[in-house]
Write a protein that binds this ligand. Structure first.
Ligand SMILES: Nc1ncnc2c1ncn2[C@@H]1O[C@H](COP(=O)(O)OP(=O)(O)OP(=O)(O)O)[C@@H](O)[C@H]1O
Length: 494
């Protein structure tokens, strides 16, 4: 596919933009044009009550980080830091609309009888064989007649590549009008998917792509020649309905990407449903999501008639191979001292340290640097791209300690980290233990079974209570560690 000059221009513009914080990503989601929903007001920096881990005081209901707990930004971050497919040994679960129709699964891309230009594109991307979800999803998406599909699997398992290949396969390059629409929740995510289309379609220059995103202003009378349109729901709806750049009746494939993120973005559900209603009955509907909560499910059922379902379970995380300890302190200064004692007693190749607030994380990173540690800090005010760069450096071993807030690090896996320190225990907005986050921070997928060490810092009755509840929840004892006793600390590393 020839590089879309407009997309390039957008990339350059993006790169030149002074600052696109994750807050702005949130703002950017609802669009500027008439059909968009109202922008959710974003409180000014620092206006959120930053929760301090004062003894006996549960964190306040809303922290500054919560404001940035933005699904779209997390999703983008995941895409930026991911270089490889997430492997899984779990089997896909398939629910077919018509259980009598044959169910195919392929082990190679050749079996799909793709156009040679596309096969070339797939191999040029370094894909040797279909991923777990692609094995089943691709034959279903490429079948004749087209089948509607709802697919759910964890981020990084190959969903984007799968539907991009389906779109490129269904396009008739001789027809110079839009035939596939792909709706993404934000401008940045649309650009990311667009890049995959460009890469995979590199050897298929007859197929062109255009971005229906804010800022791409077309002449009123334009009729689009590009076969694939990728964009955000508001602009896409305008292009179909208000400006009539797209004839929805000619659309063969409609993709809803990141349905879970989409739902979290105000107004996007309705816009997507309005677009979908304009499409022909036989248009293929494809919906993808990394999670499958009730809300996603309801949305999926409304928008995708006669659907087949493909689900891929996450590998289960377990605490079985993790040694868990807690250290009792009375203040953050004491917690820091305990941390120094641990570092003095055992060799820690790489550690991740979690704090509740940005302020504590910043303070701790400063203190650790003063002690001579090479510290990386992941903080909420960083742009998503900056965060991705910090994680990359840490992953490459350039820094040995990564201090982060919970929100920043959600969903990030750094496999080689064997020591995790909860400088503050994970709690939800109401101050209850966040067991899921605890498990995700320190748990390892059973299959790899690497041994790990988790140290929890307790500094109040409140945090002791959280710790006890976490223990009860997992039914796993968390041993007390006396960090003033060097011999005892040494033992934990053996
Ligand atoms: N068959 C494959 N073989 C090797 N690598 C692949 C294959 N399919 C996808 N990848 C690569 O794996 C990574 C994750 O793929 P992809 O982005 O399609 O996952 P995803 O499930 O869509 O993730 P997300 O939910 O975050 O969008 C990408 O770097 C992609 O290039």
């Amino acid at each position: 596919m020839a590089t879309d000059s407009w997309a390039l221009a957008v990339d350059e513009q993006e790169a030149a933009a002074e600052s696109i914080s994750s807050l702005q990503i949130k703002d950017a989601a609802p669009e500027e044009n008439g059909t968009a929903a109202a922008t959710a007001a974003t409180p000014p920096e620092g206006s959120g009550a930053a929760a301090q881990t004062e003894p006996d005081v549960p964190p306040t209901a809303k922290t500054e980080e919560d404001d940035k707990d933005d699904k779209a930004a997390q999703s983008l971050l995941n895409k930026l830091i991911r270089s490889n497919l997430v492997n899984t040994t779990n089997q896909v679960e398939v629910l077919q609309r018509d259980p009598n129709s044959p169910l195919y699964s392929v082990k190679s891309f050749e079996e799909l009888r793709l156009k040679p230009q596309l096969l070339q594109g797939v191999y040029a991307m370094g894909f040797n064989r279909p991923s777990k979800i692609q094995e089943t999803a691709l034959p279903m998406m490429l079948a004749e007649p087209p089948q509607n599909l709802i697919a759910q699997s964890q981020s990084g398992t190959g969903k984007t590549a799968a539907f991009v290949l389906a779109m490129l396969s269904h396009v008739d390059p001789n027809n110079k009008f839009p035939q596939c629409l792909c709706v993404s929740p934000t401008y940045e995510l649309a650009l990311q998917t667009g890049k995959v289309i460009e890469q995979m379609g590199k050897h298929y220059p007859e197929v062109q792509l255009v971005y229906a995103i804010r800022g791409n202003k077309l002449q009123r009378s334009v009729k689009l020649q590009e076969q694939i349109v990728i964009g955000t729901p508001g602009t896409m709806l305008d292009w179909c309905l208000k400006f009539k750049f797209i004839d929805p009746k000619k659309i063969k494939v409609f993709v809803l990407d990141e349905a879970d993120v989409m739902i979290a973005t105000q107004g996007h559900q309705d816009q997507s449903i309005r677009i979908q209603r304009m499409l022909p009955k036989n248009c293929q509907m494809l919906l993808f999501s990394a999670t499958f909560e009730e809300s996603v499910w309801r949305f999926a059922e409304r928008i995708v008639p006669d659907h087949n379902i493909i689900k891929l379970k996450r590998e289960e995380e377990t605490l079985d191979t993790i040694k868990q300890y807690y250290v009792q302190c009375t203040s953050k200064e004491e917690k820091f001292q305990a941390l120094c004692n641990i570092y003095g007693a055992i060799t820690i190749a790489q550690a991740m340290i979690f704090c509740h607030t940005r302020k504590t994380a910043g303070w701790l990173a400063g203190e650790l640097s003063r002690e001579g540690h090479q510290v990386a800090l992941l903080s909420g005010e960083m742009q998503v791209e900056q965060r991705a760069a910090v994680i990359d450096r840490f992953r490459d071993g350039k820094e040995k300690v990564l201090v982060t807030t919970n929100v920043c690090a959600r969903g990030i896996d750094v496999e080689q980290v064997s020591v995790v320190i909860n400088f503050d225990l994970p709690v939800d907005k109401d101050g209850n233990p966040d067991n899921e986050t605890y498990l995700h921070r320190i748990g390892r997928t059973g299959r790899f079974g690497k041994r790990g060490l988790a140290i929890n810092m307790v500094d109040s009755k409140f945090s002791m209570n959280v710790l006890n509840r976490i223990q009860e929840h997992f039914n796993k004892k968390i041993e007390k560690l006396d960090t003033d006793d060097l011999d005892e600390i040494e033992k934990i590393s053996s």
